[in-house]
Ligand binder design. Structure first.
Ligand SMILES: [Ca+2]
Ligand SMILES: [Ca+2]
Ligand SMILES: [Ca+2]
Length: 467
């Protein structure tokens, strides 16, 4: 933390090279107060690229910093011209807090703020007071650069925390964040400015004009460094020069006093098109009298979060079966969100399509008939209603044989008759399935089947089957 006006030790380039990680999170220039004023000319040939964006799409809880800026629509403070008053000038934070909001949860925060929390003023007016509610994503949005003039790339770096939503209210007039034709959300600009800055009035005038045009979906607050905003802007943004505009928490930055609107509109469009989490943000406020306001911020996390169904256990069912018979297997899968589930069976010879929907945890049967003898591996997988799939389950093996193939080898021959005699009279192994030994398809699996098989194999009798 730096105190206003305190001189910092200059970190040399040698030290910087040896500790880039340190440099990335520390100021490498002296931050002085008042901040040096920059006109636009110094930047005409400087291309400073937007920092690499990290994936900011949250999963599960939405984590953010909620800041409520209390400000005056028409400031009591004039800019450098000593003629024009600032617009939307920051008085102080009504709240500055970390929030973690679960999926589909709504968090509502109500606070009061009164003039005693500000050392610079002693009154506020019911007709000239406003709040901005702004959500800064807690995730690291990359490194921003507040000093593009500094030759080393680490020119006053800061950690970007992108603004995901912003809303504005005056007493009795609530507001909400919302998309527009050219933005996914309401963009928020923090205008780093100073009354002693000759180039700052260009920014003040440009932002006023753009805001009043209504053509762009944005809000802005004049952060006057000599009127209470210094420590916030230096600590959060490494603010080095005034004017400097931070779009959406530094997603885009404009350092210098440009008057051409395109410098702002390009960045408004760029920041506005950023993909943001699906949130609802509303703010309302009222004037309580006695220089006191009350505001309420409501945030709903609509960020969709879904997990795959749990991989089901191996299906249960017969371990052996007859060719051409229908076999029934069962399984029950669950989904972390209790979503509706669809099942796909792998029968070893073919796969089913998706079958469903079924409730999470419900026991589901699958039926299959095999048309060739063999040992088959049956498994199943599930997907939820959002098409997110589990892995395949472990397999259940099933042996499928023809009727009369009592010993389960590849053939129907005298060996099957011998097997049946052994089973019936000598306590030998049973056919698997038992019905495989029922060659004549009567009610029993017995010696009659051995006789039937001998007749088929040696005397031209009918093949095993149900006639
Ligand atoms: Ca799910
Ligand atoms: Ca056989
Ligand atoms: Ca029989």
């Amino acid at each position: 933390m730096r105190a206003p006006g305190k001189l910092l030790t200059v970190i040399t380039l040698t030290i910087l090279t040896a500790s880039i990680a340190f440099a990335a999170s520390q100021a490498i220039r002296d931050i002085v107060s008042p901040l040096p004023s920059l006109d636009s000319q110094e930047f005409d040939n400087i291309e400073f690229s937007k920092p690499t964006q990290v994936d900011k799409k949250p999963t599960g809880n939405y984590n953010c910093q909620l800041r409520v800026y209390v400000s005056e629509p028409l400031s009591r403070w004039k800019d450098y011209t000593d003629y024009y008053y600032y617009e939307h000038a920051f008085l102080g934070f009504g709240i500055d807090t970390t929030l973690s909001i679960a999926y589909q949860e709504t968090v509502t925060v109500t606070r009061t703020w009164d003039v005693s929390q500000n050392t610079l003023i002693s009154d506020i007016s019911n007709s000239n007071i406003e709040v901005f509610a702004v959500l800064f994503n807690s995730e690291d949005g990359g490194t921003g650069i507040s000093d593009p003039l500094y030759e080393d790339p680490w020119g006053a770096p800061f950690t970007i925390h992108n603004v995901d939503a912003a809303a504005h209210a005056t007493p009795g007039n609530p507001g909400s964040d919302g998309p527009s034709a050219n933005s996914t959300h309401t963009v928020f600009i923090e205008e780093g400015t100073s009354q002693t800055c000759p180039n700052c009035p260009y920014v003040r005038a440009a932002l006023k004009s753009l805001y009043e045009s209504g053509d762009y979906n944005f809000l802005y607050s004049a952060m006057i460094t000599d009127k209470g905003a210094y420590s916030y802007m230096v600590n959060n943004y490494n603010l080095t020069y005034v004017p400097s505009c931070y779009f959406d928490g530094g997603d885009d930055i404009l350092v210098g006093g440009y008057s051409q609107e395109s410098y702002y509109t390009d960045r408004l469009l760029s920041s506005g098109q950023r993909e943001v989490p699906d949130l609802d943000l509303e703010v309302s406020m009222s004037y309580l009298g006695d220089y006191q306001i009350e505001f309420t911020v409501s945030i709903t996390n609509n960020v969709f979060s879904n997990s795959a169904p749990d991989t089901p256990a191996a299906p249960t069912g017969p371990s052996a079966g007859l060719l051409e018979d229908e076999h029934i297997f069962s399984v029950a899968a669950t989904d972390p969100e209790s979503d509706q589930l669809y099942y796909m069976w792998d029968w070893g010879d073919e796969q089913s399509g998706w079958i469903g929907p079924f409730n999470s945890g419900e026991t589901v049967n699958g039926n299959h008939t095999w048309s060739a003898e063999g040992e088959y591996s049956v498994s199943v997988k599930v997907k939820d209603q959002y098409d997110v799939e589990s892995d395949w389950s472990d397999v259940r093996s099933v042996k499928v044989v023809r009727r009369g193939n009592a010993n389960g080898d590849d053939l129907i021959n005298v060996g099957d008759a011998v097997f049946m005699v052994s089973y019936v009279f000598r306590g030998g192994a049973a056919p698997e399935p038992i019905e495989a030994g029922n060659a004549n398809c009567d009610a029993w699996t017995n010696v009659g089947d051995a006789v039937y098989l001998v007749s088929y194999v040696f005397r031209g009798g009918l093949p095993p089957g149900c006639y």
